[in-house]
Write a protein that binds this ligand. Structure first.
Ligand SMILES: [Zn+2]
Length: 242
């Protein structure tokens, strides 16, 4: 656990200004779920799953379920990434995780109902950056096509990990938007309470060969800060309008 003093220094030096988001339907908004799969979220589900119940991850799942329910009620589009790897294709620097065909690469139990919803596009990806992971062999991009087909003006992004798969996807999408590759998308919105990252404190990492320390609260904050620095909007509340 990072000391409260360290977090305070971080918050003083890198303050996060956040907005509230009202989903009224006036701006066509799509929900993007990043890797809310057992292999990253469910205790004991593989090498990169939490080893004990984790409050930040549980909160991220709760918020994502609420949003997914709201989007499905309104039949608004949802795009869900599922990190999925074949056992013989490693993804350095990570150990094997989210193996295809195993529970690890499936949505967490509280989101599995999404598999049967008509407004949901599921996308298995075998790389960190979901924008790249949406590329097809022929060069088309399933995510870009989803934005265009649905006429999406804003995406609301939630999932795990804030500073890894969420951040990389957000950065690539913003670059694509800035290059005019993904019209009519205008805004990339990151919901802070709908994101989470993993915890590997320095005292644990020190005893693991080659491991990088990854204190959860600190890296979550840094991930959000970097996303904002690249041009994402950051929100701490999301409300459905009438
Ligand atoms: Zn992966």
């Amino acid at each position: 656990m990072v000391s409260p003093q360290a977090m305070q220094v971080l918050k003083n030096e890198l303050p996060l200004e956040q907005e509230n988001l009202l989903l009224s339907g006036e701006v066509k908004t799509g929900l993007v779920l990043v890797d809310i799969v057992n292999g990253f979220c469910t205790v004991g589900s593989g090498n990169l799953a939490p080893q004990a119940p984790d409050a930040q991850i549980a909160g991220m799942i709760d918020e994502s379920v609420k949003l997914a329910r709201g989007f499905c009620e309104k039949r608004w589009p949802i795009y869900a990434f599922l990190d999925t790897h074949y056992p013989d294709v490693p993804e350095p620097p990570y150990p094997p995780h989210c193996i295809a065909g195993m529970d690890e690469s499936k949505l967490v139990p509280s989101l599995q109902w999404l598999e049967n919803e008509p407004n949901v596009t599921l996308r298995c990806k075998d790389c960190i950056d979901g924008f790249i992971g949406s590329l097809e062999k022929g060069g088309s991009n399933v995510f870009v096509d989803w934005v265009k087909t649905n006429g999406i003006n804003a995406i609301l992004v939630v999932g795990i990990c804030t500073d890894i798969c969420v951040l990389d996807f957000v950065c690539s999408t913003l670059s694509a938007r800035n290059r005019g590759l993904i019209s009519p998308l205008e805004d990339v919105i990151v919901y802070s309470r709908g994101c989470a990252t993993f915890d590997l404190p320095i005292n644990v990492a020190r005893n693991m060969k080659g491991a990088l320390a990854h204190p959860q609260d600190l890296m979550h904050h840094v991930g959000l800060y970097m996303a904002k620095g690249r041009g994402a909007k950051l929100v701490s509340e999301v409300v459905f309008g009438v």
